[in-house]
Design a protein around this ligand. Sequence first.
Ligand SMILES: [Zn+2]
Length: 261
Amino acid sequence: MLIDSHCHLDRVDLKPYAGDFRRLMEETSAAGIGHMLCVSIDLEHYPRMRNLVAPYPQVSVSVGVHPNERGRREPTPEVLVELARDARNVAIGETGLDYYRSTGDLGWQHRRFRDHIAAARSCGKPLIVHSREAREDTLRILTEEDARDVGGVLHCFTETWEMAKAALDLGFYISFSGIVTFKTADDLRAVAAKVPRDRLLIETDSPYLAPVPHRGKSNEPRFVAAVAQCIAGLRGMSVEELAALTRDNFFCLFKDAVPVD
Ligand SMILES: [Zn+2]
């Protein structure tokens, strides 16, 4: 059984499933994906996302506003905490910093990131952190806000071992997406081989970043198998062993997630 620790199910392309979300979910289960964490990117789409996954107990959700979402409703810690009071909610995010797609004065990103950390602290749930070209500020804010107390994951990790090490020292988990399978990702594969086995997670970030050999397609949770296979190979373990340890790590970090048998 594999777990997709980060996907956006409300954005997955349903064309291969004749537009039927239920068929996507059936085929995902049939492919051995036992659990998914469907991640929020803004408050406007959140209610629709939450309704879409409601019939599927194998899907947990998070609530948060992505650092690239501008001009949307700004989330206060109170609103985030209120929305996280939901039996299916297991995390706050995704949040973080992105200096690749946003430029100029990014004080608003910093404030929003700090508000998410405050919300996570107040509801006792882990953070899902997105960080792109913002290594130093991400680590600085996590440290300043004592994010060590709440814990979380650096998702879709694409940075250096030094950053991974700093995040691990803060008690964070590291999650790898399909990027680890890309031809040019040798440095990232070296990082994926080195992350301690009790801090490793895998994800698709569907519908983005489809792994080899699905490049060019819309990504979906069952393609997490390609990420698992790649990392298992790097670490000299079987896919089954990698699946088991990333499953244990998932339920250890997201302690409110309920496994479905
Ligand atoms: Zn995402």
